[in-house]
Each structure stands twice: as C-alpha cells, then as structure tokens.
Design a protein around this ligand. Sequence first.
Ligand code: FMN
Length: 377
Amino acid sequence: MLSRRAMTGCFLGALFSLASRRASTNESIKHPGLFDSMLLRNLRLPNRIIMAPMTRGRAGVQRTANPLMAEYYSQRATAGLIVTEGTAISAPGYGWVGSPAIYTDAHVAGWKGVTDAVHKQGGRIFLQLWHTGRVSHPDFQDGETPIAPSAIAAAGKTHSPSGVKSYVTPRAMTRRDIADAVREYSRAAERAWKAGFDGVEIHAANGYLIDQFIRDGSNQRTDEYGGRVRNRLRFLIEVTEAVAQVVPVDRIGVRLSPDNPYNDMRDGNPAETFTQASKALTGFGLAYLHVVESVQIAPHMRAVFDGPFILNGGYGAETGAAALRAGEAEMIAYGRHFLANPDLVERFRRGAALNQPDTSTFYTGEPKGYTDYPPLT
Ligand SMILES: Cc1cc2nc3c(=O)[nH]c(=O)nc-3n(C[C@H](O)[C@H](O)[C@H](O)COP(=O)(O)O)c2cc1C
C-alpha cells in the first residue's frame, strides 16, 4: 500500500535529484539578502523569505478553511509572503483528501478567517488556485471520470476518500470543458479576492491540470490546445488572462516546475517548453514567476521573464542567500523548513537550529504536527 509518506517521498525524491547539487551543510551562516525588504510590484514585503504552498489536509470533508488553519498560517505571518496550500477552484478540480476549496460562499467565509488572522499578525498571503485534472479520482467526483487534456492515465496511485486507488484514465476535455475550467479559475480568483487575500498564485506546476496541458507527456491533443509549445501554453495563458480580469495583475503569481516528474509527468524538451512558457508570461505585469527549481532551466526562464522571480526547492539559509547574491532570483521559497519552523525568518536571522519536519503528520488532518512545532524561546 502506498502511504502518504511514500507519495511525499516520491515528490521530494524527484526534487532532491535537482536540489542536492546545492544542498547546504551549514544552516547557520547569515546573509542579509534574505532579510532585505522589497516591493513586489506595489506590495511591500519585509523580507524575501517566502512560505511555499503546502497541502496539509486539515480542511475536513466540507473542504472549508477553519480556525486551526488560521492559527497555522498566522503562526507563519513573518514570512515575506505566504502562499497557501493548493485550493480547489471547483468541484471537478478537487482531488486530495482534506484539502480546501474556494468555490462556495462557505469556503470564502472560511478563508476570510485565515486572511484576517494573518493580516492581524502583520502578514501577507496569496491563495494557490488548484485544479488536479487527471490525478483526481471518480471517488472525489460522484463517480464521474476526472477530466484532463488527453485520455492518458498517470501511472501510480492516489488516496481517494475510500482508500488507495490507481489513477484512472481521464476523459479528454472538450472545448466546452476548457472554457468552463477557465471560468472556474476566474470565479475562484474573484472569491479569493473577496476572502481578503492579497493575491493569488496560479498553480501550473507539479503535474496538475495546467501542467498537464503544458507538457507533451500528458497532452496529445491535435486541436489548438495541443501539439507545438505555443498551443500547449494556450490554456495557461487563457487562465492567466481570465484571472487578470478579476484580480489586479500585479497580484497574480504563476508557479511552474520545468522538470519535476511528480505525478508521472514528462516532456520531450523541457528547456524549450518552459523558456517559452516564461516568455509567454512576460508583458502581463505579473506579481512574480515561481519556479520549483531546475538548475538547468530556471536561468533561461529568468532571462526572458520581465518580473520578480522566486526559486524553490531544497534551499537553506545559506544557499538561498547565495542564490539572491548571484542574482538568480528576488525571493526564495521554503517549504519543509516553514512547515516545521513557524518562526523560520527569525531562526535564519539568528542562525538558530531548525526543527525537523515530521513526514508522518504532513496530511493527518490534526493539530499534531501542524500547529505544535515549537517556536524559539
Ligand atoms: C507536505 C507538502 C505539501 C505540498 N503541497 C504543495 C501544494 O499544495 N502546492 C504546490 O505547488 N507545492 C506543494 N508542495 C511542494 C512545495 O511547495 C515545495 O516545492 C517543496 O517542498 C520543495 O521545497 P523545500 O525543499 O523548501 O521543501 C508540497 C510539499 C510538501 C512537503
């Protein structure tokens, strides 16, 4: 049986083959770059230490953000910016047990509790807009088949509400489905804005719906949404345009993962695909481009992108500061370090020891391993 731990291990294993090349052996060296404030377009960030989006499975069967989540995020409000866990834009987009959503008024009210709590602590928070596409499961969809660009199943298994199941072959989206999904992104973004978020991040990474359009291993369409790179990017661009109709464009970030194989993803020419993606996203005036690190491809993406750049994946205090110093990015996002250290910014500042993340409680749905990581005393 595939455990959550194994799934996380798979994701991180994939990432580590990239990140280990820059792994730090000394977390205690301090560099001021990470602590410099900056203007993210018109939003002042007190530092460049970003909390990476992380699914934590604490939203319950109602898929609604709750006071426990408000506590978790507000504990981490000293981040330059928090990006929330992936949040389902619609019922067809839902695909992870216990993950939150933002497609009903109740979801908005739940998230308002989170944004209020974070703002009260002086923080800033973007919502990550998520559609899982082919890696959802009929068990999440009242028995309906999940949708995706092409009818190609991901190899592997998922935790559905009724246990561990193999991924199914998705139904290839019609043009009508595509138009509906684009509309769902903009409705969700509008709701996020109403819930008091400072902005939104379009999740176009890690093998979910938008990434399934971008990479040719999961997109074999023969219409204007498939084939050459420009066509495979069309869905991403349509989503970005639609979201920009309802949220100020300088409050929209996009996350990409050029060569993360998680969720059985592949592409024939990732350097070309993702440099083009980065180019296609220039000119909007986006808040940022957030790249789950590929040491080979990210520099090319940065070279053609016209806005702030976030790098993520295996960074420590020293390696993050070095990347900023080398001009590789304006900000560094931290996932597991932030999960385990609510006061990560202060720990980096002081060169203090870090709590280690407990993988067994990543998705358990409980306060243990969520809001009880000890702060510095
Ligand atoms: C528990 C957990 C949940 C995650 N959930 C998400 C998610 O919802 N959205 C996303 O884009 N990435 C997600 N990721 C990936 C992280 O954002 C990040 O890319 C990864 O942890 C590598 O960064 P790190 O080395 O600083 O931890 C998740 C990672 C972990 C460990």
